[in-house]
Design a protein around this ligand. Structure first.
Ligand SMILES: C[S@@+](CC[C@H](N)C(=O)[O-])C[C@H]1O[C@@H](n2cnc3c(N)ncnc32)[C@H](O)[C@@H]1O
Length: 277
């Protein structure tokens, strides 16, 4: 496990993922029923963008720091949370900030040092449980929850060859364990080839009687995805999206693009329906 999120915190891909997470949690917490958020790859929860790691890559300068210069209404809920939490907040900090009194967060992090930092960050918070364990395996352990409502966030580091296959299996497991649950899964976009087989695997599963339903792939491209050595964009799979996504997601993605894009050829976002309800 070489990946450390501290080098990448607040980069454009974090902004896209976290802005969508904030929107999604806003929608899911509109219903009074309690919600479980299961964050399978949680990181350390908060990141100092002035620390050596972040300064070394400078990625936040082309991400959150650039976005904060824009006053776009669609970004306000996300930017307010970032401002409120101080250090750049990771996914578990964002989720915890949006929980209501009866909601819970389970955050899994496999790296022992990172899990310890995360545990310290949430010390004393009774709504949050931090587990130092494999997040993929945790899906089978924690779903379905007693609440019967969950958002499963799967945000792997993509440092192993077969991460797309693992992610596909994780999405399928989360869906089988709680078919009505919402799933948000992040992936990198370097070039097109891995995406084709990833999307196809999800669509193949959707052909099965108990298979996946209601799947969106949201792609955010800073440029044409031609160079496989470069993070040219990112995407999220969203299973069981809130119905308001058709009106809420395009303005959000458009604001993110206006704030993060450099008008390179191929800059684009799209919402692709991979499987119907
Ligand atoms: C992309 S980062 C997570 C960032 C975080 N979700 C956020 O948005 O702030 C991926 C994290 O997963 C951890 N990790 C790697 N493999 C894991 C596994 N099998 N289970 C749980 N965590 C894992 C890494 O140590 C790293 O902290």
């Amino acid at each position: 496990m070489n990946y450390r999120h501290a080098y990448h915190a607040g980069n454009f891909a974090d902004c896209v993922k976290h802005a969508i997470l904030v929107w999604l949690l806003g929608e899911l917490t509109e219903k009074a029923k309690p919600l479980l958020v299961l964050d399978t790859h949680a990181g350390i929860g908060h990141y100092d963008l002035n620390a050596v790691e972040a300064q070394k890559t400078g990625e936040a300068a082309r991400g959150i720091l650039k976005l904060q210069m824009r006053a776009d209404e669609a970004l306000a809920p996300y930017l307010k949370i970032v401002e409120k939490l101080g250090l750049y907040p990771g996914s578990p900090a964002i989720s915890a900030a949006m929980l209501r009194a009866n909601d819970r967060l389970i955050a899994c992090e496999l790296h022992p040092d990172d899990a310890a930092l995360l545990r310290r960050y949430f010390a004393g918070d009774k709504q949050v449980a931090v587990h130092c364990r494999d997040g993929y395996e945790a899906i089978g352990a924690f779903l379905p929850p007693p609440e019967k409502r969950a958002l499963t966030l799967i945000d792997p580091p993509f440092e192993v060859e077969d991460e797309f296959e693992k992610l596909t299996d994780a999405i399928k497991t989360a869906y089988r364990r709680l078919p009505g649950g919402c799933i948000l899964a992040w992936y990198p976009i370097k070039h097109r080839a891995p995406l084709r087989s990833f999307y196809q695997a999800l669509q193949d599963d959707a052909q099965r009687p108990q298979g996946l339903r209601d799947i969106l792939a949201i792609e955010f491209l800073l440029r044409e995805p031609l160079d496989p050595a470069r993070l040219n964009g990112c995407g999220v799979i969203l299973v069981n999206p809130p119905w308001k996504f058709t009106t809420h997601l395009p303005p959000l993605l458009s604001a993110l693009m206006n704030g993060l894009g450099d008008n390179e050829p191929g800059q684009n976002f799209s919402i692709i329906r991979l499987a119907d309800e």
